[in-house]
Design a protein around this ligand. Structure first.
Ligand SMILES: C[S@@+](CC[C@H](N)C(=O)[O-])C[C@H]1O[C@@H](n2cnc3c(N)ncnc32)[C@H](O)[C@@H]1O
Length: 247
């Protein structure tokens, strides 16, 4: 595993298979995780006593660990349930040696549990990392979830995790109150979410490139993207479809 220091000092890795970094080296791995996923998730669900998050895909575990850090810092009474599918079992097993940021030091035992068995449970937290294909997992997962961190490799290198049909499974799990957070601002990604009943919002701020929040319910604190206008201006735009991924 090739560890690489990103702009905020935190480490990420490079995947030769996908020819991509696990996080934006320019935004910073930890910064990206907090700004594009964790902060919007808590901002939009700050009233919850129990938060249920799907973390697509576990990778180096930064999104899950940043979620624990954020909960413990700002919402210590909130209980958390995190489900995270990940194809690469060897990667998860190796994470005990990963150079995490200092703020994750209290979670050494969590990382050890997840690396050893894929499970961690304490009085405020339940985490399951399942070594499986996220497509299959999303088809089979039950229940109502509050947040989906959509953090697969990019649509061009891992298209199966960005199709209209894939987001139909996510929409079923999010129901009326759930949100999807993603770094992707591609119109095709946003369209796939929009076609599944999500409103599309811009997540922008200082120190990171713009990202997307998708929500079935209307949001007040994020700028709404006028999808009908975007579609009129891009008449050939299409969401990714499963059928086009068949070899
Ligand atoms: C961008 S990285 C995820 C980074 C992660 N969220 C983090 O915070 O460290 C993408 C991950 O997707 C995994 N992956 C690729 N295809 C997958 C699939 N079909 N199902 C589950 N995981 C997959 C890769 O092994 C890789 O670990």
């Amino acid at each position: 595993m090739n560890w690489i220091q990103s702009k905020d000092g935190s480490y990420t890795a490079y995947s030769a298979q996908y020819d991509e970094h696990y996080h934006s080296t320019k935004d910073g791995a930890l910064n990206e995780s907090l700004k594009k996923h964790v902060e919007p998730a808590f901002a939009l669900h700050c009233d919850k006593e129990h938060l249920k998050i799907i973390d697509i895909c576990f990778g180096l575990g930064l999104n899950t660990l940043a979620t624990l850090y954020y909960r413990d810092t700002y919402f210590p009474n909130m209980t958390l349930e995190i489900y995270s599918p990940e194809l690469d079992g060897e990667l998860v097993a190796s994470l005990v040696d990963f150079p995490y940021p200092e703020i994750f030091e209290p979670y050494r035992n969590v990382i050890a549990d997840l690396a050893a068995s894929g499970e961690h449970e304490d009085d405020r937290t339940r985490i399951t990392v399942e070594i499986t294909d996220a497509r299959v997992a999303m088809r089979e997962l039950a229940g109502v979830w509050n947040v989906c961190y959509q953090d697969a490799f990019s649509p061009s290198s891992n298209p199966a995790l960005w199709t209209r049909e894939y987001f139909a499974d996510i929409a079923r799990l999010m129901r009326d109150e759930g949100i999807v957070t993603t770094y992707s601002t591609a119109l095709a990604t946003r369209l796939a979410l929009y076609e599944n009943g999500f409103n599309i919002y811009l997540n922008q701020g200082e120190g990171y490139r713009s990202a997307t929040v998708a929500s079935v319910r209307e949001l007040e604190d994020f700028e709404k993207v006028d999808m009908e206008h975007k579609i009129r201006c891009n008449l050939n735009i299409m969401s990714l479809r499963d059928v086009n991924q068949l070899k």
